[in-house]
Design a protein around this ligand. Structure first.
Ligand code: SAT
Ligand code: MN
Length: 584
């Protein structure tokens, strides 16, 4: 491991900041930095939400940038066909030029942090060097940041180094913009063998908060491969039935496909209870009993704002009443926030995410579709007490889901672990505003990890299969595919979703203890029945229709996609595909 202080010196010499600040993670520090950001016009305090701030980004810096994200492994074949790659030495040379003098006129913040509960065997320590005070404050809400993490780093002599800059040096006396960024030279780079992260040019979300996608998924997925565990793009929830029995479920969905809503769901079924362990990332490993245990490495939520309301996600609404940062949402003249879907009609006098008076006739949304709230997880009224458990929570089921208007039924259970891995590998979803680029386009997103897997996707599939061989079927979680987004011929959603998804969770819960009936289909098991009481008219036939023609096309497409992974595509999954074709 690099020595922390020599690394800081080396980076400071490269970036040439005016000041260096080592973060202790205290409330006083948070307040001082936030106050300076208010003075600099980046933050606006919100009168209606105590200790909360509104800010908006540069319109060119609003989401993850997959085209500028790299996995620079020594060998290109270790990054695989789904990642951008460049030779590490060449990339380092390029980065050193970019970072040279990039912090002039700014403060270099050293942000020590821990992903996972501080004393968990799952925990991974990191240090982010950044010139973005926005990143510092978000890291404070999203991770265990500050002195305690630093003490552990000093004791264990271990951390993942991450260097981040917005990439805009300031000349003497030059006035800063409210959201400096350097879109022309964005680079989000990972060196998996060296376990380091370099991020340049963007101040937004996963590009800038290096503990999240960069460490907890891309670097951690490589560690998981080498050490026999899994780093996944999954929410974790606790579910308790009316008799008080509790189980845990993890679920992978691509970005902005409802992980936060599912993780905090308010069941419409009487007597059922959901509690939230995490809404975005799960680290999963075997316990001594042969079961899989999951930990949420994060300590906060960086959730999509639009669509969040007292109807769709009351727990999220209650979580963000105070101590929150709102980025790219709209605001009201009296100092509150607003976004599409929060209420049926927009308040009068709204100021759009671009900080201009909102004109509803413009037909543009008032909040950016990828606008976000950042907030400590502990404020969630349904924060699961076991979320801080250093050993994690035992998983009974794993769900894979995406946005698909057709083909995939509401819920389907995999025949076994291998068939479940095939479900994960086959996942496709319509693209969302969480990443730069066109939205609504169907793309393959295996395990919802397409933008986050730090190594060859074929090896990743093999790793999942190998994990299943380490235990027995009665101990492994059962695997399901779910699809809340099916549409009828009239273009309307066939399933009400949100709290009503508890009806699907009930079936899954009962399946995992052999209490619910299922029908066999060529793809997997579907429910014999679901509790639909009080739901009104539901087209169950359409929700569970398996169209052989559409599925044959699906198989054709999958066979083309899997060919991309060449000799690293596990045979077992090709065998699953052949089996499915025969069954159809
Ligand atoms: O990567 S972000 O954290 O900006 C959002 C996401 O894609 O989940
Ligand atoms: Mn995510």
């Amino acid at each position: 491991m690099k020595d922390l202080h020599s690394w800081i010196d080396e980076m400071a010499q490269l970036c040439r900041p005016d000041h260096i600040h080592l973060c202790d993670g205290s409330e006083a520090e948070y307040d001082r930095i936030a106050q300076a950001m208010v003075q600099a016009n980046t933050f606006l305090p919100l009168a209606k939400r105590p200790h909360s701030f509104w800010c908006h980004s540069d319109p060119d810096d609003v989401a993850r940038v997959e085209e500028s994200t790299y996995i620079c492994s020594e060998k290109p074949e270790d990054a695989g066909p789904t990642n951008h790659w460049m030779a590490p030495a060449e990339m380092k040379a390029k980065l050193k030029t970019l970072f040279s003098g990039c912090m002039q006129g700014r403060t270099l913040y050293v942000v020590p942090y821990c992903m996972g509960p501080l004393h968990s065997p799952f925990a991974i320590l990191g240090v982010e060097i950044t010139d973005s005070p926005y990143a510092v404050l978000n890291m404070k809400l999203m991770t265990r940041m500050g002195q305690k993490a630093l003490d552990l780093i000093t004791k264990k002599k271990q951390f993942v180094p991450g260097l981040h800059s917005v990439g805009v040096p300031l000349k003497k006396g030059e006035k800063d913009s409210s959201w400096p960024c350097n879109s022309a030279h964005r680079h989000i780079v990972h060196f998996p063998e060296e376990r380091s992260i370099w991020s340049f040019g963007s101040g937004y979300g996963g590009n800038a908060l290096l503990g999240k996608k960069c460490l907890a998924l891309r670097i951690a997925s490589v560690l998981g491969r080498d050490e026999g565990w899994l780093a996944e793009h999954m929410l974790i929830l606790g579910i308790t039935n009316p008799t008080g029995e509790k189980k845990y479920i993890a679920a992978a969905f691509p970005s902005a496909c409802g992980k936060t809503n599912l993780a905090m769901l308010t069941p419409t079924l009487p007597g059922w209870k959901i509690e939230c362990v995490g809404d975005d990332i799960a680290w999963i490993r075997f316990g001594a009993d042969g079961r899989l245990y999951a930990v949420n490495p994060e300590a906060g939520y960086f959730g999509v704002a639009p669509g969040t309301s007292m109807k769709t996600n009351p727990n999220a609404m209650k979580t963000i009443t105070h101590n929150a940062i709102f980025t790219n949402v709209a605001r009201t003249p009296d100092g509150d926030v607003w976004w599409e879907g929060m209420t049926d009609t927009a308040p009068k006098g709204l100021i759009s995410w671009l900080d201009t008076l909102y004109d509803p006739a413009s037909r543009m949304p008032a909040a950016h579709p990828n606008s976000r709230f950042t907030v400590p997880a502990k404020q969630n009224p349904i924060y699961d007490p076991a979320a801080e458990n250093p050993q994690g929570v035992p998983l009974s089921a794993i769900l894979f889901g995406g946005r698909r208007s057709a083909v995939l039924p509401l819920v389907i259970e995999a025949f076994d672990w291998q068939a479940g891995v095939f479900f994960g590998a086959s996942l496709s979803s319509e693209t969302t505003a969480a990443a730069k680029g066109e939205t609504g386009k169907l793309r393959h997103d295996p395990f919802a990890m397409l933008p986050f897997c730090g190594y060859h996707m074929g090896d990743y599939f093999a790793h999942w299969l190998a994990m299943g061989r380490k235990s027995s079927a009665d101990k492994l979680p059962r695997i399901y595919a779910v699809n809340w987004f099916l549409k009828g011929k009239d273009g309307k959603y066939l399933w009400p979703g949100f709290g009503e998804n508890s009806r699907v969770l009930q079936w899954i819960f009962e399946r995992t203890s052999h209490q619910a009936e299922a029908k066999k289909t060529p793809i997997g098991y579907i429910p014999e029945s679901l509790d639909l009481q009080g739901l009104g008219k539901i087209d169950m036939a359409a929700l569970f229709h398996i169209d052989p023609t559409a599925w044959r096309q699906e198989c054709e497409e999958l066979s083309r996609y899997f060919a991309l992974f060449g000799s690293r595509m596990p045979n077992a999954l090709l065998e699953e595909l052949r089996r499915l074709r025969r069954a159809l």
